[in-house]
Design a protein around this ligand. Structure first.
Ligand SMILES: [Zn+2]
Length: 214
């Protein structure tokens, strides 16, 4: 069956192009270290960690999931995220993952939101962990490609919004630690606005974990 499927959809490692497997052991190792603290300029005062830099296998995998519809990468990227979260979380407290939002148009074009998908995999790997996808891009947000850091910040300012949390979710949140997750941080504008939107909703994120940082 595997061979038959390979004839239809050839799979190669999204990190390095090695044939016949979607994610190889070397690329797995590239994201397996403990999270590294980063200080994106556009996100002052927010504790931000990354699994890797925006280069090599991590960058290629994130782009493949985002731009080329490689849904199968949710599994290895989610597992890597879970390993990082296991290091960052406080023992004994529930953990709530809030995926940073992407533009609805962009998410539809790529067949769903790869950040949400990886977050769900990560939550499945960890005890006492939930995903709370409550953040949305508001109206009027343009594609950020080609924008300067200042333009990106202006494009997003006040435009990440949250949807109401159901009462069952509220209960978990009272004792939980909240971490915002995203695939890549560049200027920090998205994570900054995400954390601000949570504050407006009365929720305090204790940090941000991304797959790679530019
Ligand atoms: Zn590889």
């Amino acid at each position: 069956m595997r061979t038959l499927l390979d004839l239809v959809v050839p799979v190669d490692c999204a990190g390095c192009g090695r044939p016949d497997l979607r994610w190889c052991i070397d690329c797995h190792a590239a994201l397996a270290g403990p999270p590294v603290r980063v200080w994106p300029r556009g996100a002052p005062g927010i504790s931000c960690w990354t699994l890797g830099s925006y280069a090599g296998p991590a960058r290629r995998a994130v782009l493949a999931a985002k731009e080329r519809g490689r849904r199968d990468l949710a599994e290895p990227l989610g597992v890597a995220l879970a390993a990082g979260l296991a290091v960052l979380r406080t023992a004994g407290r529930p953990l709530v993952l809030v995926p940073a939002p992407s533009r609805a148009v962009a998410a539809r074009r790529r067949g769903g939101d790869p950040v949400l998908r990886s977050a769900r995999v990560a939550a499945r790997c960890l005890p006492d962990c939930w995903v709370l996808p409550i953040l949305r891009m508001g109206h009027g947000v343009r594609d950020s490609v080609g924008l300067t850091p200042a333009e990106r910040a202006r494009n997003l300012r006040g435009r990440v919004v949250s949807v109401p949390v159901r009462s069952s979710g509220r209960e978990i949140l009272q004792s939980a630690e909240i971490i915002v997750v995203d695939d890549v941080v560049t200027t920090g504008a998205t994570v900054h606005e995400s954390v601000c939107a949570l504050v407006r909703a009365g929720l305090h994120a204790c940090g941000v974990l991304v797959t790679c940082a530019a």
